[in-house]
Design a protein around this ligand. Structure first.
Ligand code: URA
Length: 242
């Protein structure tokens, strides 16, 4: 947690105003971890012990949720741990003050945008099918793509006994040996993109998620992790609310 000025910590508890807190500090009545406090000193309210006239000051330890994005590399399981010793995405996470977990999952051999959070409500909202947040995938397939295959992907194909919802698909690269396709879906069914491609006869060589709603993977390197910016967080919350 960010350090906070002592007089603000005291005022935020409702004990007194900030100015009054400064007076108490000047009078030597406030101690931090047993030492006299100084006006303006910064403390960590989650760790430091503050007393006024020898009485402990209790403050709400406001839990700060974390929201991270990772560019998941291929070969990592979206899992907290694996009893068979396979590599897991959690190995790529930095140390965090609160425990974070992945939102949804990417297959072991899928790469790209994966979100992590400590906020269970946010994770549930984002993963809930009713929110219909678009996810964009860049798919490299072997060989060429026929118009008919694109149309089927867009209109929906039957996988696991149920038709997929309408999607958007466009070809980014057309070559004889390989083609690159962009597919936008809002459902999150198990191995959905691979199964959709298989259903229309496309062989997936590489699969990468490039965006979730307004969040873009951008230039984040494989294996790298960063916090969402306040603007990104606001935008994804808006997208989930709709
Ligand atoms: N669809 C897939 O087939 N795999 C993923 O990892 C994500 C979406």
């Amino acid at each position: 947690m960010e350090p906070v000025r002592i007089q603000k910590v005291i005022a935020d508890t409702g004990y007194c105003s900030r100015r009054h807190a400064e007076g108490l500090i000047e009078q030597g009545r406030v101690k931090v971890n047993g030492h006299p406090a100084r006006i303006g000193m910064k403390i960590d309210p989650t760790r430091d012990l503050v007393t006024i006239d020898g009485e402990q000051l209790y403050y709400q330890r406001k839990k700060q949720h974390l929201y991270l994005m990772m560019n998941k590399p291929r070969g990592y399981l979206t899992s907290m741990s694996d009893d068979r010793g396979r590599k897991c995405v959690t190995e790529l996470l930095p140390e965090t003050p609160v425990r974070v977990f992945p939102i949804g999952r990417l297959d072991r051999n899928t790469e790209g945008l994966l979100l992590f959070t400590s906020d269970g409500n946010f994770a549930n909202d984002l993963a809930h099918p009713s929110r219909q947040v678009n996810k964009c995938y860049r798919i490299t397939v072997r060989g060429s793509i026929q118009e008919e295959q694109l149309v089927k992907l867009c209109e929906g194909v039957v996988i696991d006994g149920r038709k997929t919802a309408p999607a958007q698909a466009r070809v980014l690269v057309r070559e004889a040996e390989r083609s690159v396709l962009e597919l936008v879906i809002h459902e999150g069914r198990n191995r959905q993109v691979r199964k959709m491609c298989e259903a229309v006869g496309l062989e997936v060589a590489r699969l990468k998620r490039t965006s979730i709603g307004p969040l873009r993977l951008g230039m984040l390197k494989p294996g790298a992790v960063r916090e969402l910016t306040p603007e990104e967080l606001r935008a994804i919350r808006m997208a989930v609310k709709r």
